[in-house]
Design a protein around this ligand. Structure first.
Ligand code: DC
Length: 233
């Protein structure tokens, strides 16, 4: 095993800064970043575009066999999500997908397919993966597990600003509504609900900046790598 390559699992509620932190940490450590939420979003987009009935297991099974999700780093160094060979990075962030992604990701068969793919992607280690069940289900052996949380209004403001940066005007009440709905479904679903792993470190991002979040995680990762080196000497 290459000791300088650990698995970092970042879980937590929607819009707490998980992916921004994960991307930056991966860049600093020279690790691969995998956005597991983007995979559930890509499945949701496919289901919407192909009118897959969420209550029909046969249709779901058939659809999942038609779906191929991959990631590529574009010329700007940004990771883009591809669905069956086409970049869907922008489409999967739209409200119509955000509104349906939690019910879709609560489906057992969808989760099984995504978890299998996520484990494959993490085989080579040296990855930072963010999501809802990474430290609990996908990589229960991850060397570093983080659980991110933040005040609801701070999360909603941040998400609204992200959309504004892309010239998309979204009402704050709609953002709050969407986040609340997703939190509820994500934490109460039967299949691997969002919960904090026992050995996860909690990071509350309400009063800290992205830079502070990133510094903290990088510091924890280095300290983990150093302590692992010491124990194998
Ligand atoms: O991280 P995100 O907001 O893009 O995730 C979108 C949805 O996908 C989220 O509401 C719940 C689901 N999800 C999940 O169930 N498990 C994961 N590992 C990642 C995301």
């Amino acid at each position: 095993m290459n000791l300088s390559k650990i698995v970092i699992a970042i879980d937590g509620y929607s819009a707490c800064g998980k992916s921004t932190t994960a991307k930056e940490v991966a860049k600093i450590l020279g690790y691969r970043y995998i956005d597991s939420g983007a995979m559930y979003r890509a499945v949701t987009l496919y289901f919407l575009d192909h009118h897959v009935a969420l209550t029909n297991p046969k249709e779901i099974h058939r659809a999942l066999q038609q779906i191929n999700i991959s990631f590529k780093i574009n010329a700007k160094g940004i990771t883009e999500t591809f669905l069956n060979g086409l970049s869907v990075e922008e489409e999967i962030r739209q409200m119509r997908v955000s509104e349906q992604v939690s019910p879709v990701s609560a489906i057992k068969e969808v989760r099984e397919a995504m978890v299998a793919q996520q484990r494959k992607l993490g085989k080579e280690r040296g990855i930072v993966m963010d999501g809802r069940d990474i430290g609990t289900v996908v990589f229960p052996q991850a060397e570093l597990k983080l659980f991110m949380t933040a005040d609801m209004m701070v999360r909603a403001f941040r998400r609204q600003r992200e959309w504004l940066d892309q010239d998309r005007l979204v009402d704050l009440d709609d953002v709050v509504e969407n986040i609340k709905k997703r939190d509820l479904i994500d934490t109460t679903r039967a299949e691997s609900p969002l919960r904090q792993a026992e050995d996860a470190v909690v990071i509350d991002t309400t009063h800290i900046t992205i830079d502070e979040q990133v510094d903290e995680v990088v510091r924890m990762a280095f300290s983990k790598i150093v302590s692992m080196r010491k124990t194998t000497r």
